[in-house]
Design a protein around this ligand. Structure first.
Ligand SMILES: [Zn+2]
Length: 361
């Protein structure tokens, strides 16, 4: 093969070249909850601080090999993701190619911050809407620039522990149909079986978390062609913040998450790498890939979930997700071979985004 005279040769002995990695569930505007609780970040950190932090997070993620991220909600930071996205696109700050959702949509009374005096009207971490008003909220978010719509199909509201459905099936269908008219896909947060079931029946494109998912609901997702983002590393982070230590017996929540992920694998549901990064440190997206392998994927499957598969889910598979002539040159190189030993993704030696070297040997 001949190489143009102007081309630069980079020697990467002992490294493996891969497509740039994709994390399809991030929160650039959040930082780990052991540094500050979600409530404190949303209600006590000034917007300027949150955006400043997000610019640092964007750089950390890009430099760790993640060239594309789908950011699933600003969590109280209004439309700040749109500004971060444009700052990256204009080359003002380094960061991954971003797909953004703006504020995300929740049912009235189902989200947070909560626990204030009932007379207090506390601003919520997402856009509250119900029934017919959902149409307007979806349209406003799309008009603002949302690339995807994020909806919370269930949350831990009402009486008793655990996530419960937040929207009716009809409401979720209205969200999906309104977004579809504008060519926009919907991602649903759903942890309970009923939340997942309604989201799948409503026609969302991806379901996030799916913690209580069983074989039946994952099969429904297969039938309805719904993608799954498991967010495994976040489950482990929550356990750590609750006092659990690595190397000790898993908590009941970790045991059930592992069983649920096994059911997802058994069902054959399409899995895209999505970690919920922000709950755990930015720049450590490798945590999710290691967890995918720890919970049953082969290293090759985990790498595919973070490249080709995630690109398919994002409908960007004709542009990114493969090392291929004609595709956008989003590339990463890791010391060792992550398709054989996934821990190699910790050792990034080269990152190229859209043909530009952002981190080199
Ligand atoms: Zn999330």
């Amino acid at each position: 093969m001949t190489r143009p005279l102007s081309a630069k040769a980079i020697s990467l002995t002992g490294c493996t070249l891969t497509p740039g990695l994709i994390d399809a569930h991030s929160h650039l505007l959040l930082h780990p909850y052991n540094e500050a609780t979600w409530d404190d970040q949303v209600s006590r950190e000034p917007l300027g601080e949150r955006i400043s932090r997000a610019t640092v997070h964007a750089r950390l993620n890009l430099f760790s090999g993640f060239t594309t991220m789908r950011d699933l909600g600003t969590e109280g930071a209004d439309l700040a993701d749109l500004g971060i996205q444009s700052a990256i696109e204009k080359g003002v700050i380094p960061g991954p190619r971003l797909l953004v959702t703006t504020r995300a949509i929740v049912a009235t009374g189902s989200y947070a911050p909560r626990s204030f005096a009932p007379e207090w009207r506390i601003p919520q971490g997402a856009d509250e809407a119900d029934g017919e008003k959902l149409r307007q909220v979806v349209r406003k978010q799309i008009r603002a620039g949302a690339n995807w719509i994020k909806v919370y199909a269930d949350t831990p509201h009402g009486q008793g522990p655990g996530a419960k459905p937040a929207f009716t099936l009809e409401e979720l269908k209205l969200v999906v149909a309104t977004a579809a008219d504008a060519g926009v896909l919907v991602s649903a947060h759903a942890q309970s079986q009923e939340g997942m079931r309604r989201a799948a029946l409503a026609g969302v494109a991806s379901i996030e978390h799916g913690d209580a998912g069983d074989i039946e609901v994952f099969r429904l997702m297969v039938e309805k062609k719904v993608w799954y983002c498991p967010t495994l590393a976040t489950g482990e982070a929550y356990a750590r913040y609750g006092g659990w230590k690595k190397g000790t017996p898993p908590t009941p929540a970790l045991v059930s998450k592992k069983q649920s992920f096994q059911a997802a694998l058994d069902s054959g549901v399409n899995i895209a790498n999505g970690s919920d990064i922000g709950v755990f440190p930015h720049g450590q997206g490798w945590q999710e890939l290691e967890m995918l392998v720890k919970y049953g994927m082969t290293p090759l499957q985990a790498m595919q979930a973070a490249t080709q598969s995630a690109a398919r889910m994002l409908r960007l598979d004709k542009e990114i997700g493969q090392v291929k002539a004609g595709w956008t040159a989003d590339l990463a190189a890791f010391e060792g071979n992550p398709t054989q030993d996934i821990s190699a993704v910790r050792k990034v030696r080269l990152v190229i985004k859209a043909g530009e070297i952002v981190k080199g040997p």
